[in-house]
Design a protein around this ligand. Sequence first.
Ligand SMILES: Cc1cc2nc3c(=O)[nH]c(=O)nc-3n(C[C@H](O)[C@H](O)[C@H](O)COP(=O)(O)OP(=O)(O)OC[C@H]3O[C@@H](n4cnc5c(N)ncnc54)[C@H](O)[C@@H]3O)c2cc1C
Length: 251
Amino acid sequence: MQLTVVNFISVKQINLKCFSASFVFKSMSIKELAIGLIEGRITKSAWVRAVRAWPGSDFYEIDLEAPDADFSAFKGTAHMKCRVAPLIFRDYTICRWDAASKTCTLMIDAGHQGPGSNWAKQVQKAGSLPYVGIEAHRCPVAAYPDLFFFGDQSALGHFLALQQLAGADKQIGGAIFMPDHAHQDHFRQHYPALPLTPVYTKDNLFQRLTLLKSSGQALVCLAGNSRLVADLRRSLRKAGFAGQIHAQGFW
Ligand SMILES: Cc1cc2nc3c(=O)[nH]c(=O)nc-3n(C[C@H](O)[C@H](O)[C@H](O)COP(=O)(O)OP(=O)(O)OC[C@H]3O[C@@H](n4cnc5c(N)ncnc54)[C@H](O)[C@@H]3O)c2cc1C
């Protein structure tokens, strides 16, 4: 009798499991299943260790542990290609990293509408973060004693990465377009070691840039919105700057 009851329960449980499995299967389209399979093959997982939202409009710092990543060979800036929605990927610069613990930080400007921005707003501590890989870019910061960084806030992580790559003995200056007052306060308070002047308008950014004097000792790094970067480069040359410029347009 006892056995019959147990058998009855387990048959019911098995039926329930089959029902829920077929329900899940039916509620996913063939396309969704195919996308899931493809993504599962091409992505790796990092683990979210912390998320810090800046006060004011949307800007996030995301600390990750990436067991499959090798940060030890970084010679230039690198970005992580993150899966932000089904078959949609966006690049985010690795702004601080530690090769031994395989940890790093991303900084994401999410004050606009877009798949990357929408995704960044809902990244949670302890969740997994799928990414396709890490790609590197060469930037010869180590070869120059004086470095100047100019760009918008989406490039803050890029400038922090350049500072880490350059080493401690460099003279750094420049400006960053940061229109949110609360962000400027937060930046001054939490990043005193990155000596960039936050400015409220793009005009201020151009004014500061054109004050630069030409010098073979200096490298100017421009990053952020692609049109802004192209305009900054043009203004710098127009103002007579003949030194080295490294430019990277993001979006
Ligand atoms: C090598 C590389 C490194 C990058 N590193 C970073 C990084 O460290 N941090 C970071 O935030 N982004 C970085 N980006 C940009 C990032 O990959 C996305 O392009 C960006 O987040 C926009 O994606 P989205 O899906 O939110 O918006 P999209 O769908 O691409 O764009 C939607 C709209 O929003 C506008 N838009 C996009 N970004 C911004 C913005 N920041 N401010 C205002 N309007 C915007 C677009 O012009 C468009 O009109 C990097 C890009 C590259 C190529």
